[in-house]
Each structure stands twice: as C-alpha cells, then as structure tokens.
Design a protein around this ligand. Structure first.
Ligand code: MV4
Length: 501
C-alpha cells in the first residue's frame, strides 16, 4: 500500500488530492515554486519542498526536480493532478524507471491517446464509433478527393492537438489548402509535430464525456456521463450530470463504448472518454483524457465515489471493488468554475490579492478552492479560484441551489466570473436544458449583463436606494425640525426636496 504521495501540482487540485490522502492515512508531500511560498497546498501538506522559480517550466514542469523531491522525501508515489505533467508519457515512464508509482496510466496509454490519428485507428479496431474522416494526410494531391468524399464542411485537425489547438473549419474546397498550411504550422510550433487529418464537421454538437475507472486486473467500469457543452473558447465554464439530453439506452451504449475505448489501450486508473453528440443523438469518440479532470466532483457527488481514493487504490495494486451493476446516478450535480477574470472586459485574467472572501455554505454545496483572505493569486498560472459544486434531487432544484450559492459567494480584491455564472443560471436555454457548444455565443446578449440587461437593473437598484435614502433623510430632518432631540447635523440645515413616488 502507498504510504506517502508527492502531489506534483498546485492550487485547488493539489489540496483536493491531499484531502483524500489524509482520509486514507497517507502522508502528503507538496512541491512549490517561488510564487507559491504562501500557497494553500504548501500549508495543507505534511511536508513541502521548494522546486524553483515561478514559471512552470522551471518548477512544476521540471521532471528532474520533482523526481529529486520524491527521492529525498521518500514518497512512494506521485499524483500529477491535471495539467502540468499529468499527460506526459515520458514522465510516467521516468517514474516507472525510478521505481516510483505514477498515479495514472502507462506511457503507452498516454501516447496512444495523445496522438489523435493513432487514437482513431485504435478506436476503429475496438469497434468504437469515430467521426467520419481520414488517417494522416500524407499526399496533398489526394486531399481534395478525400474531403469531397467526406462532404463539406470539414475540419482539419492536428494529430498532436486537442482542446481546440491546431484546428481549422473548412466550408468549401477553395479554403482547404490554406487551412492545412495554417493548421500544420500552428501544430509544428506548438507540438513539434505537424501531422494532420480531416474529419466531417459536426454542426451544433454537444460535448458529453464518460468517466471511467480501470484496475490492473482487466476490470474497467464507467461512472456515467458529464455534460460539458457550456464552454468558451474551448474552456469549460459549467458542467452537469446527468446530461439533459441523455436517455437510458443511449447512456448504456455510450458507457459500453467508453469501457471498450479504455480497454483498447490497457488503461489503468481514472480517465475520460470525450464524445461529440449531434442534434440527432449520433455520437462519435473525439478524444480520451488520460488524467483526473477538473470537473470530476460532479461525478463523485452523483455516483458516490471518491475518484482520487480509487486512483490511489488502483495505483497501489488493489482490485476495483466497485462493480458496474452496483453503480447508479442519484440526483443532479452542477459545477461552476470560478475564475479570477473580468467578464465585462473580454474575460481578461484578473490576478491580485483576495481582500475578502465569503464562501457559500449549506445543504448540497461543495466548494473546492485554495485561496484565503490576503492571498495573492499569482499571474504565472491558471486563474481558476475555485469550483462550486451543488447537488440536489432534481435539475431544477440544483439550478436554484446554484443561484443561492452564487448569490452568497462574495470575493473582493480581484474580478471574478461569479455574476456571469449567475446569469447563465437565469438563461432560459440553460434552464430548459436546451443548449449545445454554441450556448455562450448564442446567448451573449443575455449573458453580457452589466453592459446591457443588468445595467438597467443596476440603475433601478441605485435609484431605489437613493429614494430610500432621501426619504429617510427627510424624515430625520422633519423630526429634527419638530424638535425631537435630533439635530440635523448631516444636512447643515439644507432642506431636501424629494418627490415621493
Ligand atoms: C469538432 C467539432 C465539430 N466537428 N470536430 C473542439 C475541441 C476539440 N476537443 C475538438 N473540438 C471540436 N471538434 C468535428 N469533427 C467541434 C468541436 C468543438 C467543440 C467540441 C467540444 C466542446 C466544445 C467545442 C467548441 C467548439 C468546437
């Protein structure tokens, strides 16, 4: 059994992982950069080691420094969290060589799924449906023929890409050569690999992903779906489970394909199979994320499983105790990602010192964060402040609970996305569950509140407050004049004239 875990991450996810370690009686080891000397994960951990300058390349991404801390601290395992080294095949392999347990999948699984062309081939062999498209484009003369066969519009995608990088939409034949050149040079610069392929463009898709768990004895289960279609520039904003568009038969089919996808790479640990689903409920494998994801808590809440605990148990060589047939979804969970950014200024990051924070509390609320009053959010990393997760028996109650929680959540010192998230909870398309990946773009008039819709409400509030104030002042003054003992010190004898409505 694992006794000591080095958490090679920071922020809310480092704290999240350490919480499960503590419950399991496992000692946690933090690593931290210059900017993170006062960070919560350092305070929370049982031990903490400095690993260098603030830029991630010189600290959280420095494999040698992290392996060195694992050695010095005597950690028997490393949890990579999400981002940073979590999907780095070379790091998984290096841990293995050093005799340190990597809490995650093998280098083989990471590599196969990280290369989208190889992943597509692997899915075909496993019988998992993929988006109609090509293999690697090697002969540019054949491109026009291949694209015509698929039918426009098509997408040109980088094999090393994912999360929207190295991707181009092509509406008609005359655009395709330019799109290929653009995608290739973007991919070469970002990944050092300019392999590309072509896929049919799915018009207004849903992004639905399935959580899976696999042990090292051939047992693989899925923990149902998460609906992740509320996103902005390939950044998820809100996730919920169950998906409003899911049906029992579809869920079972997709869940079985998710398990087959994981088995095809001999997967070990927690992973996610992403599907793209069109408006006729046709679904296609898009990619696999070989890590614990940001939005994992909604699955934990509705399915009743601690995914980090399961990751650690699997990595220490235990068999999965959970059977597929034992699992069911109970109620509804929604997660809002709270970012230090300014929704009224094109979501510009807003790093700075947290002056005040009041976190929402009460029935059905989970708050995964790491900031405290006086803490300065560094500009070097992701501006995620926290994740607000609510649970209720029904979707409608969960939305009302999220509204209540967002309203109670106060942060000053930095700009946050809290009010923007509140407007999503009020947006008719979201409330009805009728939304796809174009939701934010489609509803931007409604959601960009403080410039349009909300400004009106704010004005009404300001006018009402002023009327209330002047009314009270007038009463006070009236009392002063009638000689009740109060002097009219505030008005210095000036008479306020107010028209009461
Ligand atoms: C697509 C697509 C439509 N058709 N592929 C975006 C991120 C990357 N993971 C894949 N993405 C997409 N691939 C085909 N063939 C539309 C998207 C897409 C998208 C996917 C999931 C969630 C949000 C998205 C937002 C815009 C585009």
């Amino acid at each position: 059994m694992i006794k000591k875990v080095l958490v090679a991450n920071r922020g809310e996810i480092a704290v999240r992982v350490m919480r499960s370690c503590r419950e399991m009686g496992i000692t946690s080891v933090a690593v931290y950069s210059e900017a993170d000397r006062t960070a919560m994960h350092v305070r929370y951990a049982d031990e903490a080691y400095f690993i260098g300058p603030s830029p991630s390349n010189e600290s959280y991404l420095n494999v040698n420094k992290i392996i060195d801390v694992a050695r010095r601290s005597g950690a028997d395992a490393i949890h990579p969290g999400y981002g940073f080294l979590s999907e780095n095949a070379a790091f998984s392999e290096r841990c293995k060589k050093e005799g340190i347990i990597f809490i995650g999948p093998s280098a083989h699984a990471i590599m196969t799924m990280g290369d989208k062309i190889t992943a597509r081939k692997t899915m075909i062999d496993a019988g998992v449906p993929i988006v109609p498209g090509t293999e690697k484009i090697s002969n540019k003369k054949k491109v026009l023929e291949l694209a015509k066969g698929i039918g426009y519009p098509v997408m040109v995608k980088a094999s090393a890409g994912g999360g929207g990088k190295g991707m181009r939409l092509v509406n008609e034949e005359k655009e395709i050569m330019g799109a290929i050149r653009a995608a290739q040079s973007e991919a070469r610069a970002a990944f050092g690999d300019d392999s590309i392929y072509i896929e049919k463009y799915i018009e207004s898709p849903h992004h639905i992903e399935f959580q899976i768990l696999a042990d090292n004895f051939g047992n693989t289960i899925h923990l149902f779906e998460r609906e992740c279609s509320v996103q902005r520039r390939h950044q998820k904003v809100i996730e919920e489970t169950p998906s409003p568009i899911m049906k029992p038969k579809l869920r079972e089919e997709m869940g079985n394909f998710a398990v087959a996808a994981a088995k095809a790479v001999n997967y070990s640990g927690a992973g996610t199979i992403e599907f793209i689903v069109d408006d006729k409920l046709n679904y296609y494998f898009l990619e696999m994320n070989t890590r614990l994801q940001v939005e994992h808590p909604i699955t934990e809440r509705v399915v009743g499983v601690d995914l980090v605990k399961e990751q650690i148990k699997i990595a220490s060589g235990q068999k999965l105790e959970i059977k597929q047939g034992d699992l069911k979804q109970f109620g509804h969970a929604i997660e809002c990602r709270i970012y230090a950014e300014d929704p009224d200024n094109n979501f510009m990051p807003s790093p700075g010192v947290i002056k005040h924070i009041t976190e929402p509390l009460g029935l059905g609320i989970r708050h995964d964060g790491y900031v405290y009053e006086g803490y300065e959010i560094p500009m070097h990393y992701d501006p995620l402040i926290s994740k607000l997760i609510v649970w209720a028996k029904t979707r409608k109650e969960a939305i009302n609970r999220m509204k209540r929680a967002l309203y109670a959540y106060k942060i000053t010192g930095v700009k946050t996305s809290i009010s923007f998230l509140g407007r999503i909870m009020e947006c008719p398309d979201f409330v009805k569950g009728k939304y796809n990946t174009h939701f934010i773009e489609k509803n931007k008039e409604f959601l960009m509140g403080s410039k349009k819709r909300d400004r009106k409400m704010e004005d009404v509030a300001i006018i009402a407050a002023f009327m209330d104030y002047t009314y009270k002042m007038e009463q006070l003054e009236a009392r002063a004049i009638s000689g009740n003992g109060l002097s009219n010190w505030k008005n210095c004898g000036r008479r306020m004239s107010v028209r009461r409505i």
